[in-house]
Design a protein around this ligand. Structure first.
Ligand code: SF4
Ligand code: SF4
Length: 444
């Protein structure tokens, strides 16, 4: 599948901005300290308050939406940390996505960036075949050492090569089975989202997710033909592509009903995806044919740790055994888990139930710089934002870092690899899966 190439609808400068939403900002500045790009640059225009002020100025005709304006908006990670700090309830992400959608093919952007975004969002991400092909090609180049050589080149080519994550061997890139039976007594059914970049880069996390759910007595379904949720499209301004992918995902899951005839819970192990999918109702609110189905679907979406703690941890607990992992461990809050969904306690509850030494990471709710395509499109900014996070991690003395978002996992792994650190980065599903393996061994 490919999505329809998005073209920004012609609009006036005033229509570029959700002006009514921008008026919610009272300029208090309480968000400034939370903003990684403000911290990085020290510029008011690179802060949430500054960006809102600029958007309002565009709507009022006092500022042109020129290349400098677009670049300042593109520098934003859409991490939503400012929303957690804001006493006025400013919905910054929705405001920025509104404007990005109208600037997607602005001629103020370079031709190369527009072309790369069009290809990546329109053709590659919606197509598992394209992703599998590119992953295979990248793996081949990495095996030849060519990517490592290219990473020494100056400029954007070198930066992009250095940002490439290692692609695992083909056996680790296989798709999830469509159906996995519950282990032991069946206590319910769920469906899981396989994701777009998860199968080629972090297939082991997907398999760990299914293994943990099955060990909790859940029959696990994974419908084919529905991989990408469209969150990267929405974040980068391709709302049309995001809507097409949302409809496809809802459709593919629609036949999966539980014993009560209701749609099965949809469990995702990517905080960015679950955060986005919970808002399908808002995304398709203007589509009379889909609005109701989208709202119902959104209410059935759960992040992995949220689902376990709310519905399945008592069923899982007996299957867990002693866990061998380098300690202490440290939890890093993915932005779209803590700021996007308000989920902070659930992963910590799961980790503490494993009786392992856990240390808190200073400012663990700050963005690591991954931010979807940000680490690919702006590798230097992305690395600069990660640098203080790496220093904070080092200060904890942690030997294992646990996360719940593929982008964060790849970002931290890449940064730690470049600094020669031996800290292991795991998804929380992988950690639980390791405890399962030991549970089975000690129970034998
Ligand atoms: S979303 Fe993140 S990077 Fe963007 S303005 Fe808010 S805090 Fe700053
Ligand atoms: S905290 Fe909210 S109201 Fe205050 S400046 Fe930031 S966005 Fe505006």
């Amino acid at each position: 599948m490919q999505t329809t190439p998005t073209q920004s609808a012609p609009c006036t400068d005033a229509q570029l901005v959700d002006y009514a939403a921008s008026l919610d900002c009272v300029h208090c500045g309480l968000c400034l300290r939370t903003c990684p790009t403000y911290e990085l640059t020290g510029r008011e225009s690179a802060s949430p308050r500054g960006r809102i002020h600029m958007m309002r100025s565009v709507a009022e005709g006092e500022l042109k939406p020129d290349a400098a304006f677009i670049d300042e908006l593109d520098l934003c990670l859409l991490c939503r940390h400012c929303e957690s700090a804001c006493p006025s309830g400013v919905n910054f992400a929705a405001m920025l996505e509104h404007t990005r959608a109208r600037l997607l093919d602005s001629s103020e952007r370079s031709w190369l960036v527009r072309r790369a975004l069009g290809l990546g969002l329109g053709r590659v991400l919606p197509s598992p075949r394209w992703i599998a092909f590119l992953a295979g090609a990248l793996r081949f180049l990495q095996r030849l050492g060519l990517v490592q050589l290219a990473s020494r080149l100056p400029g954007k080519v070198g930066q992009a090569a250095a940002a490439c994550p290692p692609v695992p061997p083909a056996r680790e890139r296989r798709a999830l089975p469509r159906h996995t039976p519950a282990l032991g007594q069946r206590r319910g059914s769920v469906s899981v989202l396989e994701g777009c970049i998860m199968p080629p880069l972090l297939g082991r996390v997907n398999r760990a997710t299914v293994a943990v759910l099955a060990a909790a007595g859940r029959e696990v379904h994974c419908p084919r033909g529905a991989s990408c949720c469209g969150s990267l499209h929405a974040h980068n301004g391709d709302l049309q592509g995001a809507r097409e992918l949302a409809r496809r995902l809802i459709d593919k899951h629609s036949g999966l009903l539980g014993d009560d005839g209701e749609l099965l819970p949809i469990v995702t192990n990517s905080a960015g995806c679950s955060s986005h999918m919970k808002h399908y109702g808002a995304l398709l609110a203007d589509d009379a044919d889909w609005a109701e189905r989208a709202a119902v679907f959104g209410k059935q979406v759960f992040d992995f740790s949220e689902y376990l703690v709310r519905f399945a941890f008592d069923d899982l607990r007996p299957a867990l055994g002693p866990l061998e992992v380098a300690q202490p461990i440290c939890w890093d809050d993915p932005c779209h888990l803590c700021h996007g969904q308000g989920i902070r306690d659930e992963p910590r509850a799961l980790l503490d139930a494993l009786s392992i030494e856990r240390v808190e990471l200073k400012e663990s709710e700050s963005c690591c710089g991954s931010a979807g395509l940000y680490s690919v499109l702006r590798p230097l900014d992305s690395r600069a934002i990660l640098a203080p996070r790496l220093a904070a991690l080092k200060a904890t003395g942690a030997r294992t870092l646990v996360s719940a978002n593929p982008g964060c996992q790849l970002q931290w792994s890449g940064g730690l690899r470049q600094t020669g650190s031996e800290v292991e980065v795991l998804h929380i599903a992988e950690l639980l899966e390791r405890a399962l393996a030991h549970g089975r061994e000690s129970g034998e």
